[in-house]
Design a protein around this ligand. Structure first.
Ligand code: ADP
Length: 436
């Protein structure tokens, strides 16, 4: 073996070693492919520049996933059809190509479409005319995955058949890693999808159940009231109507939560901020809830001179109503509910504390996920959709605030949310934007 051949072999060994290292450490395709390319160009004497292309089955085109010597940001805009230009041809035939002269290299590019030609020229400004090139397909089993192209800018016939054999092996390695990364990506996507589907299926069955319970009781009491032979005394009559009325409220709330959630999903939450006196707003909400839950005690604790905040009062009322409803729903032994307001440097903190069942630490972070409900340990069924807290979070965050919970099982929970003191309407007219 000549000295030059030994040197070539050493380089290939080094390249193989470096590639194995990348394979072992990288899982993300977007970072792995440019690294493969950089490693090949660094270790192979003949390679000065190059590009790596992957086939995108959704639009039937090849897209650059790595490039050296090119303006990658521009090259990425290219969508090469199979058969088009050097990479497209090698991809279509599945055969590696050796282009020993500048003429052969240029000829391989001749059929590029005018539009792609413009992009390609923009991506190669500053790159010298290649004097020779090599291009190998990336094939996994029967599936063509992409191509790897390397250029030499200094002399013709710089790539050898040995280079081609070596690059084909490297291409196999790259293909395996692409397939692995894709499979694990697909697996993750499938897992996420099946989790989303599971939640959806659970939601449908929860909702069906949640709606059937009040409906059954509405149907039962209204049928009883309509029975001609039944002659209820006025008190019973009223009691039945009262139950029907309450169960209608439950249904209305469920439907409202669902609608709200879909509105928020569609990105349609619009705030109408105005100066709000929170102590007064809190009192209104607490009075309403206290009326309906006379066995619970409610305490409102706000310091004097509580600052006026800039917020959407209807939305903040919705958050408070949700937190207070929960405080009641999840406190089976009745008890005290405290709504407190605190002023900090640049925000106010509102908290709602109950003496209810509490929330286990492993559930605390999940409360704000849609449809998440702790399996009730209450020994009774509690109506709910698992949408109240996620809706509350979206509203609070849209105001620039935060929401979180703190709890001890069996002792009670406290929900906190903040609202910034620098108001939303001020934010909207700043900077330098004068209201007319
Ligand atoms: P819903 O009450 O309709 O189920 P939420 O999104 O309002 O939905 O609450 C999600 C879950 O968080 C509830 O199902 C319940 O398990 C738990 N939770 C919320 N508030 C409290 C509270 N104050 N005490 C105990 N658990 C609570």
């Amino acid at each position: 073996m000549s000295e030059a051949e030994t040197a070539d072999q050493d380089q290939r060994l080094l390249a193989a070693f470096e590639i194995a290292k990348i394979l072992a450490t990288e899982q993300n395709l977007e970072t792995m492919l440019p690294k493969f390319l950089a490693c090949l160009i660094e270790t192979l004497e003949a390679a000065d520049a190059g590009s790596l292309w992957l086939y995108d089955p959704s639009d039937g085109r090849l897209v650059a996933k790595g490039a050296q010597g090119y303006d990658f940001a521009v090259l990425k805009q290219l969508r090469l059809a199979p058969g088009e230009a050097m990479s497209g041809k090698v991809f279509q035939t599945g055969q590696a190509g050796l282009y020993p002269t500048p003429e052969a290299t240029a000829a391989a590019m001749e059929n590029i479409t005018p539009a792609n030609g413009d992009i390609f020229r923009a991506a190669t400004t500053g790159l010298r005319q290649p004097l020779s090139a090599i291009c190998v397909p990336l094939i996994s089993g029967q599936t063509k995955v992409g191509v790897l192209a390397l250029l030499n800018l200094r002399q013709p016939a710089s790539f050898t058949h040995d280079d081609m054999t070596f690059l084909q092996r490297v291409a196999d390695l790259i293909t395996v890693s692409i397939e692995n990364a894709r499979l694990s990506g697909e697996l993750e996507a499938a897992q996420a999808l099946s989790e989303a589907n599971r939640l959806k299926a659970e939601l449908v069955s929860t909702l069906a159940h949640e709606m059937r319970t009040p409906l059954t009781s509405i149907k039962g009491y209204s049928t009883a009231l309509l029975m001609e032979e039944a002659n209820f005394d006025p008190e019973t009559h009223r009691e039945f109507l009262q139950i029907i009325d309450e169960e209608c409220d439950v249904l209305q709330e469920l439907i409202h939560d669902l609608l709200e959630s879909s509105i928020i999903d569609a990105g349609l939450l619009r705030l109408e901020p105005q100066p709000v006196r929170l102590p007064r707003l809190v009192k209104g909400v607490v009075d309403g809830i206290a009326n309906r839950n006379q066995k619970y005690r409610f305490l409102i604790d706000f310091p004097r001179d509580f600052p006026i905040v800039d917020a959407d009062p209807n939305r903040i009322e919705q958050v408070l109503r949700n937190l207070l409803d929960n405080a009641v729903k999840y406190s089976p032994r009745e008890g005290l509910v405290v709504v407190r307001g605190e002023v900090r440097e640049d925000e106010v903190v509102i908290s709602v504390a109950d003496q209810g069942v509490g929330i286990a630490p492993e559930h605390l972070n999940r409360l704000f996920e849609r449809f998440f409900r702790v399996r009730s340990g209450l020994g009774r069924h509690v109506v709910g959709s698992g949408l109240g807290l996620p809706i509350a979070r979206t509203i609070v965050e849209a105001h620039g605030g935060r929401i979180w919970a703190d709890s001890k099982v069996e002792q009670g929970s406290t929900f906190y949310f903040t609202l910034p003191l620098k108001g939303l309407s001020q934010e909207q007219t700043e900077p330098g934007e004068e209201a007319e």
